[in-house]
Design a protein around this ligand. Structure first.
Ligand code: CLF
Ligand code: SF4
Length: 513
């Protein structure tokens, strides 16, 4: 894609009103069509029943993901499809990408782990089964796990992520078990495109290849989505953006899934590096740049809610979406743990979380009100170092990801995140790491941090990115809007010339803890 034209189109997109704080992502489900859930204050025009399902689901509500955690249990090793971006053979506890796990669990082990995590992390609200293979290629293990958890931890929402091949066969069981969030990964609705992504599918005791394989997969995925929507299950569609293969085509996918009742669409970048051992990785298939991904997400956002806060989790991830606490809950540790699952204390803790969450929203709205009547075509991106809670509360050197906010006179919204190697390693800064960070947030005008040292401060300034620590420990969106007002004033006074920043990198390699 021509990068020059790309920038112009991207600017035009971001000049469009961000939509009263609605907009970016979260997600959930069918029937209610497009509605605010993303970075908006809350219920918006969702029905009370849908709001109840999404309000503390960290994937279906961008706002919730700052406060609530999810966990996955790896009970589903087998898969009935081969995707060219997947390799489940490699297992590294430092690597974060879908399909990677350190241990596979029995349903009984998984249920014990859920109780152990629930009693340690009271803001863990969702149990997802997402692999390492396909949960519906392992139906007995998957449903047995859900049954056990529903009996022992009834407040935890059950969530399922599938390639969709077997979905139509299990809709009744999903409904009966009260699994009210289902994600289907749909990367194409045209089997000719699919043939470049899926070498084979195994269906009805037979292996299919080529276009035929993708035709079967696509029909089953769309049928499953329709059936779930008709039953009132919240459906999210995940799509992997593969430049040159399905990037343009995902607009058609977006329309197809919206028309079948999907509540949220999560377009994720292809993660592709040779060391992953995937077909795409070994054959040099690149992932999208940050700007390419955002442009596609923006172009689909007019159609439906887009999720932009997905962290492409491991199949055994535990914690807030930006963190991974799975190492605290190995089978050995879990089996030795004294589990004290106490529903009342979990609820009491979550009530406190809600109070904090409302404070974040109220602060953002109050600041937003001060922008009323402002008109400008300027829109900027800000990178934020945060450990969660909606605050700027992380040292620059400790950040392993930056959250990205877009701010304009329409307000602020979360539009993505960038993984980085943390700058401080062994107590001192690494110049190579600073280069990586600069490339990852190169499209941002500023980076908000709780603290920052002298060397990285200078390095960022030289790269044209303003390091900002005066909002340390303050709320992110409130601060972003306040900064934007100052930025506009500086532009208007002539102190500053507003310039479009360049593109940025999305990390392709393994995440090193
Ligand atoms: Fe897990 Fe998926 Fe449920 Fe979330 S993850 S099964 S919907 S609880 Fe979330 Fe992780 Fe992205 Fe999935 S951030 S990979 S979208
Ligand atoms: Fe991997 Fe999921 Fe594709 Fe199966 S469906 S090959 S587990 S990405």
């Amino acid at each position: 894609m021509d990068s020059g034209n790309h920038k112009v189109v991207s600017l035009l997109r971001v000049m469009q009103p961000a939509g009263q704080g609605s907009g970016s992502g979260c997600g959930s489900k069918s029937g209610d069509g497009k509605s605010g859930c993303g970075s908006s204050a809350g219920q918006g025009d969702l029905s009370p029943a849908v709001w109840e399902k999404v309000k503390n689901h960290p994937c279906y509500s961008e706002e919730a993901h700052h406060h609530y955690a999810r966990m996955h249990v790896a009970v589903a090793p087998a898969c009935n499809v081969q995707c060219n971006f997947c390799n489940r053979k490699y297992d590294c506890s430092n690597e974060s990408r879908p399909g990677v796990v350190s241990e596979r669990l029995s349903p009984e082990q998984a249920a014990k782990k859920v109780l152990a995590v629930a009693s340690t992390i009271p803001q863990m609200t969702v149990l997802g089964i997402a692999g390492p293979g396909d949960p519906l290629a392992n139906p007995e293990k998957t449903f047995k796990t859900f049954e056990l958890v529903a009996q022992s931890a009834p407040d935890i929402k059950l969530c399922l992520s599938t390639n969709g091949l077997m979905l139509p066969d299990y809709v009744d069981r999903i409904v009966a078990l009260n699994v009210d969030h289902v994600t289907i990964t749909i990367n194409m609705v045209d089997p000719n495109v699919g043939a470049k992504i899926y070498p084979w599918v195994f269906y009805n005791h037979k292996r299919y290849t080529g276009v035929e394989a993708s035709r079967i997969l696509s029909e089953r995925q769309l049928l499953g989505l329709e059936m779930l929507s008709a039953r009132g299950i919240l459906c999210k569609v995940n799509s992997v953006m593969i430049p040159g293969i399905n990037d343009q085509h995902l607009v058609a996918v977006n329309k197809a899934v919206k028309s079948r009742g999907a509540f949220l669409h999560n377009i994720m970048p292809l993660i592709s590096a040779p060391e992953h051992g995937t077909f795409f990785g070994l054959n040099g298939q690149r992932g999208p740049t940050a700007q390419e991904l955002k442009l596609l997400q923006d172009s689909c956002e007019g159609e439906m809610n887009m999720m932009r806060h997905c962290r492409q989790c491991r199949a055994d991830a535990v914690g807030l979406l930006g963190e991974d606490r799975s190492a605290e809950f190995t089978t050995e540790k879990v089996m030795a743990m004294e589990v004290n699952y106490d529903l009342a204390s979990r609820q009491a803790y979550q009530e406190k979380v809600e109070v904090k969450r409302q404070a974040v929203v109220a602060a953002r709205n109050a600041e937003l009100a001060t922008l009323a009547g402002e008109r400008s075509d300027i829109s900027i991106l800000i990178a934020v170092a945060t450990k969660g809670g909606g605050r700027i509360n992380q040292h620059f050197g400790h950040a392993r990801e930056f959250q990205i906010y877009e701010v304009s006179t329409a307000g602020s919204k979360f539009v993505g995140h960038r993984r980085v190697d943390n700058y401080c390693q062994g107590g001192h800064g690494e110049e190579d790491s600073l280069d990586t960070v600069v490339r990852a947030i190169n499209d941002c005008q500023a980076v908000f941090v709780a603290r920052i040292g002298g060397c990285p401060r200078e390095g960022l300034k030289n790269a044209g990115i303003e390091p900002v620590d005066r909002f340390a420990l303050e709320y992110i969106e409130q601060s972003a809007i306040a900064y934007f007002k100052e930025y506009l004033a500086r532009v208007r006074s002539g102190e500053l010339m507003h310039k479009l920043r360049g593109d940025a990198d999305i990390r392709q390699g393994a995440l090193i803890a």
